[in-house]
Design a protein around this ligand. Structure first.
Ligand code: FES
Ligand code: FE
Length: 432
């Protein structure tokens, strides 16, 4: 048993490190957070054709995401017969999902199509319409990104994203045609609690100077903003626990500084009119989002663009799904350059990612220390200095600040104090 108000003390900027390793807290997160909110699953271009699918996770639940003639369906990847894993590959195109155990087979929309021996063996008769795969009741997309929720009462997706849309659009809606995936999906396991990854991307610019000190000395790898003079960094704490970090260039130093990415400055110039028309002057010329987390477990490395989804696989384990997205309208060689750039930087062996992963596993495992039990972690940076601005949404602070982490854990605590949503199980097949 745990008391959320004692675990997260945001008045004083303190968080009990037990939340990064305790199995009971982890189980409650899966039930109260991951079954209640919207969860990012991937990008529409991963399932461009009818019957395309990929498998992934919604919290502790394995799911199939499938494009049917009726739109995108998200289903529990768990056979209704005895619970076999129906689909055991990452992605593909299938007219039927066949459970390898006894051969029950499901249509791409999850309805049960074939029961071997339906008449000869099930002599009392069963009703196949009652035994389809469990379906996530809410699925929606935002400018190419696919989200789903187990909660039928969840707010509309646009409302959930709230003021984060202002920043997301800088990536998702900067040019006609939108975005697409390049280079497939990379996934790997990190020995860390999922929140250490989410909180790092939500607002932890502070770590970069120490964690990434070596890589920032390598010409060409110093990252967005690193070469731009006269830029100021900010954090913005957003609705529903989301957060973003950004660079703001001064008036006379219009955005740029991606010279280390071959051809990018020319590309940005070529789409400048569209940028202004779609995003307005500020976001077209001066404001560049750099990193963000959409609570709970979806992070973005802007502006040329890794998507990370942190799938919890136990209190001490996180499975990362990493995707690179580009503007559909980009020249092919630029897409390929960005694919390489993202893989070299943010992939499992990426120059930046390795630095981070090691730190997150240290902070996770140190929370198991018996001597340090009850020792609170410090999230106090910038307390009392948050403010607002007229030109950008969110509660704002300096680039180095814990404002976004406090905002994220405020949302975490709010959801952890609520009862979990009811199970989505048909009444006829539910335990009592
Ligand atoms: Fe799937 Fe039996 S568990 S057919
Ligand atoms: Fe980092």
């Amino acid at each position: 048993t745990f008391d959320v108000s004692r675990l997260v003390d945001l008045e004083n900027g303190l968080i009990d490190r037990r939340i990064f390793s305790d199995a009971e807290i982890y189980d409650a997160e899966m039930d109260r957070i991951f079954r209640r909110t919207w969860l990012a699953l991937g990008h529409e271009s991963e399932i461009a054709e009818t019957n395309d699918f990929f498998t992934t996770w919604m919290g502790a639940d394995p799911v199939i995401v499938s494009r049917t003639a009726q739109g995108i369906k998200v289903m529990l990847n768990m056979c209704r017969h005895r619970g076999g894993t129906v689909c055991r590959v990452d992605r593909g195109n299938a007219k039927l999902f066949l459970c390898p155990y006894h051969g029950w087979s499901y249509n791409p929309d999850g309805t049960l199509k074939v029961v071997p021996g339906l008449e000869a063996d099930y002599r009392h008769g069963i009703d196949p319409t009652q035994w389809g795969l469990l379906e996530a009741p809410r699925v929606a997309t935002y400018k190419g990104l696919i989200f789903a929720s187990w909660n039928p009462e969840v707010e509309p997706l646009e409302e959930f994203l709230g003021d984060a849309r202002f920043y997301l659009d800088c990536l998702l809606d900067r040019v006609e045609g939108g975005t697409e995936l390049v280079g497939g999906m990379r996934r790997w396991i990190i020995p860390t609690n999922w929140k250490h990854a989410a909180e790092n991307f939500v607002g932890d610019s502070y770590h970069a100077a120490a964690t990434h000190a070596s890589i920032m000395r390598v010409p060409g790898l110093e990252g967005a903003g690193g070469r731009v003079k006269d830029v100021v960094g900010y954090q913005a704490a957003l609705d529903n626990g989301h957060g973003v970090g950004m660079w703001m260039a001064s008036e006379d130093n219009a955005r740029g500084g991606y010279g280390h990415l071959a051809g990018i400055d020319d590309y940005l110039k070529s789409i400048q009119d569209q940028l202004v028309a779609k995003l307005g002057e500020l976001r077209a010329t001066r404001l560049t989002p750099v990193h963000a987390t959409i609570f709970p477990n979806f992070s973005i490395e802007f502006p040329f663009a890794s998507l990370h989804i942190w799938h919890p696989r136990g209190p001490l384990k996180t499975e990362v799904r990493d995707l690179t997205i580009v503007d559909k309208a980009m020249p092919a060689e630029m897409k390929d350059m960005l694919r390489r750039h993202c893989m070299l930087r943010q992939g499992p062996a990426g120059t930046w990612e390795q630095d981070d992963m090691d730190n997150w596993s240290q902070t996770t495992y140190s929370s198991l220390s018996p001597t340090a039990r009850g020792l609170m972690a410090n999230y106090q940076m910038g307390m009392g200095h948050e403010h607002t601005r007229d030109d950008i949404p969110g509660r704002i602070d300096n680039k180095s600040s814990d404002i976004n982490q406090r905002n994220m854990y405020a949302r975490w605590a709010e959801l952890m104090a609520m009862d979990p949503p009811p199970p989505q199980v048909p009444a006829a097949c539910r335990s009592h």
